[in-house]
Design a protein around this ligand. Structure first.
Ligand SMILES: *[C@@H]1O[C@H](CO)[C@@H](O)[C@H](O)[C@H]1NC(C)=O
Ligand SMILES: *[C@@H]1O[C@H](CO)[C@@H](O)[C@H](O)[C@H]1NC(C)=O
Ligand SMILES: *[C@@H]1O[C@H](CO)[C@@H](O)[C@H](O)[C@H]1NC(C)=O
Ligand SMILES: *[C@@H]1O[C@H](CO)[C@@H](O)[C@H](O)[C@H]1NC(C)=O
Ligand SMILES: *[C@@H]1O[C@H](CO)[C@@H](O)[C@H](O)[C@H]1NC(C)=O
Length: 512
C-alpha cells in the first residue's frame, strides 16, 4: 500500500530538497580550511595568517638540518619550527634572525638544538614568546638572551640543562613565565633568577634538585605559581617561603617530604593551592597548615597513618584530598576547624582504617558546607551509623560509597538529602534492595545519577523484583547505565543462567 502524497506534503518535500541544495551550495562556498597565504617566499609547509592575522611560518615536516631563514619572508611575526618526535630536526641557531624585525613568537622544538649562542635572537625587541622545549640544550650562557627585553614567556622545558652561569636571564626584565621543567639541574646557581623582576610563573618540575638554597629564590618576590613536581626534595627552608610572599600555588607533588613542621607555610599568606601528593608523609602534625586560607590541599598518595586533631587549626580549606593513604583512624575534631570552609572531601582508598564507621562519622559530623564526599574503598560496611549524613542534608550534592562492603544499606542513610545529585553505590556486596530503601531513593528529588553496577545482584524474583521495577522507571539509573558504553549498568550475578544479564532488560515473567 502506498500512502498518497498530499499537496502540503509534496510542498514540504520539495521545500526540503531546495533547502538541502542551498545548504549544499553554502557549504561549497564556505571558506576552505586552507588558510590565507601571505607570502610567496615560503620554504616551509605553510605560511598563513593566524587567528589574529599575524604572519605565521610553520615548518613541521621534520628531518631538517637548518632553519631556512634565508629563504623566508622577513616580515614574519611567528615562526613555528618543529618536527614529529621520530623525525627530529638537527639544527644550530646562531644569529639568524638579524633581518627579522617583526617576530613576536619563536618556537623551535624537537630540533636537537645543542646550545642557544651569543645574542642568537638579536634584535628580538618584539619577541614575546620563545619556546625552545624538547631540544638538547645543555648549558646556558649569560649573553644567550641578549635583546629580548619584551620577552614575556620563555620555555626551556625538556632539554638537558645541567648548569648555568649566574644571571643568565638578566636581559629578560619583562619575563612573567619561565619553564625549566624536565632538565638535569641538580642545583641552582646563586642568583640564577637575577633581574626577573616580573616573574609570576616558574616551573622547575622534573629536575633532580635534592636541595634548594634560600639564596636561590631571593629574586622571586612577585612569583605566584611555583612548580617543583618530581624534584627529589625532602624539605624547603623557611627562608624560601619568606622570600615568596605572593605565592598562590605551590606544587610539591612527588618529592620526598617525610614531615611538615607546625606552621610550615605560615609565610605564604596568599597561598591558595598546595599540592603535597605523592610524598612520603607518615603523619600530619598539629598546626601544619596554621594560617592558611586555601582552595585546595592535595595530600593523596602518601603514607599517612595519623592526623593530629589540631592539624587544620586556624586554617580554612575548600577541597581536601587525603585519598590513597594508610590512615588508621580519624579522631574526633580533625575537621572541626574546617567545619564551615570544607566543600569537598576525598578520603577514598584508605584501606587500613580500624573502625571505619566511627572514623567516617567523626570526620563528617562537624562539616556544615560539605557538598562532595568520596568515601570509596574504605572498608565501610552496614555498621555505618544511619544518621551519619544527618547534619549535611542541606548541603550534600554527591556521595561516593563505591568499593565498600555494604550488603544492605539502611533506608535512613539517605533520608532528606534533598540536594543529592549523584550517588555511587557500585562495587559493593548488595544482592537486593528493600522497598524502603527504594522509596527513600525515589524521594531524592535532585538525584540525577545513581550507580549500582558491580554488585552481586540476585535475580531471583524474591530479591530483585522491587529493584527491577524501580530501575526501569528511574531516570537517575538510566543516566548512569547509558554512560561509558553501558559499563555502569547493574547486572544479575545469580542464578547462574542469568549471570551477566542487565537488570533493566529483564521481564517480570522471566524471573525464577
Ligand atoms: C645531547 O647532547 C649531549 C651532550 O652534548 C650528547 O652527548 C648527546 O648525544 C645529545 N643527544 C642527542 C639526542 O643529540
Ligand atoms: C613589558 O610588558 C608590558 C606589559 O606587561 C609592556 O607594556 C611593556 O612595553 C613591556 N616592555 C618593556 C621593555 O617593559
Ligand atoms: C613549555 O613546553 C611544554 C612542552 O611543549 C608545555 O607542556 C608547557 O606548557 C610549556 N610551558 C610554558 C610555561 O609555556
Ligand atoms: C591564625 O592565622 C593568622 C593568619 O591567617 C595569624 O595571623 C594568627 O596568628 C594565627 N593564630 C593562631 C592562634 O595561630
Ligand atoms: C537486610 O535487611 C533486611 C531488612 O531489614 C533483613 O531482613 C536482612 O536480613 C538483611 N540482610 C543482611 C545480609 O543483613
Amino acid at each position: 500500500m502506498m500512502a498518497s502524497v498530499t499537496t502540503t506534503g509534496f510542498t514540504v518535500i520539495v521545500g526540503y530538497l531546495v533547502l538541502v541544495a542551498i545548504i549544499g551550495m553554502i557549504e561549497c562556498r564556505m571558506p576552505s580550511t586552507e588558510s590565507v597565504v601571505w607570502t610567496t617566499k615560503c620554504p616551509c609547509r605553510q605560511c598563513d595568517l593566524d587567528q589574529f592575522d599575524r604572519k605565521r611560518v610553520i615548518c613541521d615536516e621534520g628531518d631538517r638540518l637548518e632553519i631556512p631563514t634565508r629563504q623566508m619572508d622577513n616580515t614574519a611575526n611567528i615562526l613555528i619550527f618543529t618536527a614529529p618526535p621520530d623525525h627530529q630536526n638537527q639544527v644550530t641557531i646562531g644569529r639568524i634572525f638579524l633581518d627579522f624585525k617583526s617576530l613576536q613568537e619563536i618556537h623551535i622544538k624537537y630540533s636537537n638544538v645543542p646550545a642557544i649562542g651569543d645574542s642568537s635572537f638579536w634584535p628580538g625587541r618584539k619577541v614575546e614568546v620563545l619556546d625552545l622545549s624538547y631540544n638538547n640544550i645543555t648549558i646556558l650562557r649569560d649573553t644567550d638572551f641578549n635583546g629580548l627585553t619584551n620577552l614575556a614567556a620563555l620555555n626551556l622545558s625538556d632539554n638537558s640543562l645541567e648548569g648555568s652561569p649566574s644571571a643568565p636571564f638578566r636581559f629578560l626584565t619583562n619575563l612573567t613565565r619561565l619553564s625549566l621543567a624536565r632538565n638535569k639541574l641538580t642545583k641552582l646557581v646563586p642568583r640564577l633568577f637575577y633581574r626577573l623582576e616580573r616573574l609570576e610563573y616558574l616551573d622547575l618540575s622534573g629536575n633532580p634538585l635534592v636541595e634548594i638554597e634560600p639564596e636561590d629564590f631571593k629574586d622571586l618576590k612577585p612569583l605566584r605559581q611555583l612548580y617543583l613536581n618530581g624534584c627529589q626534595l625532602s624539605r624547603l627552608h623557611s627562608l624560601i617561603y619568606q622570600s615568596l610572599p605572593n605565592l598562590e600555588e605551590l606544587d610539591l607533588k612527588n618529592n620526598r617530604f617525610e614531615a611538615i613542621a607546625p606552621f610550615e607555610f605560615k609565610y605564604l599568606k596568599k597561598l591558595k593551592n598546595l599540592y603535597l601528593d605523592g610524598n612520603s608523609l607518615t603523619f600530619l602534625d598539629s598546626n601544619a597548615f596554621n594560617g592558611l586560607r586555601l582552595n585546595k590541599i592535595g595530600l593523596s598518595h602518601n603514607q599517612i597513618v595519623s592526623i593530629k586533631s589540631c592539624t587544620f587549626c586556624n586554617s580554612t580549606v575548600k577541597e581536601l584530598d587525603i585519598s590513597y593513604n594508610k590512615i588508621m583512624s580519624f579522631q574526633p575534631d580533625i575537621t572541626e576547624p574546617l567545619a564551615v570552609s570544607l566543600v569537598s572531601l576525598n578520603t577514598q582508598n584508605n584501606h587500613d582504617l580500624h573502625d571505619s564507621a566511627l572514623s567516617v562519622a567523626n570526620l563528617i559530623r562537624p562539616l556544615k558546607s560539605i557538598r562532595i564526599l568520596s568515601l570509596s574503598s574504605m572498608n565501610l560496611e552496614d555498621s555505618l551509623p544511619s544518621n551519619v549524613f544527618l547534619n549535611q542534608r542541606e548541603t550534600l550534592n554527591s556521595i561516593d560509597l563505591s568499593g565498600n562492603k555494604f550488603v544492605n544499606i539502611s533506608a535512613k542513610l539517605f533520608e532528606g538529602l534533598k540536594h543529592l545529585e549523584s550517588l555511587d553505590l557500585s562495587s559493593n556486596l548488595m544482592y537486593g534492595l528493600s522497598e524502603s530503601v527504594l522509596e527513600t531513593l525515589s524521594s531524592l528529588s535532585s538525584l540525577t545519577v545513581i550507580y549500582l553496577d558491580s554488585n552481586p545482584w540476585s535475580c531471583f524474583r524474591c530479591h530483585v523484583l522491587p529493584l527491577m521495577e524501580w530501575i526501569q522507571s528511574s531516570p537517575a539509573y538510566t543516566n548512569a547505565c547509558e554512560k561509558d558504553d553501558r559499563k555502569s549498568c547493574a547486572k544479575c550475578v545469580q542464578p547462574i543462567d542469568l549471570n551477566g544479564k542487565e537488570l533493566h532488560s529483564m521481564q517480570e515473567w522471566s524471573l525464577p
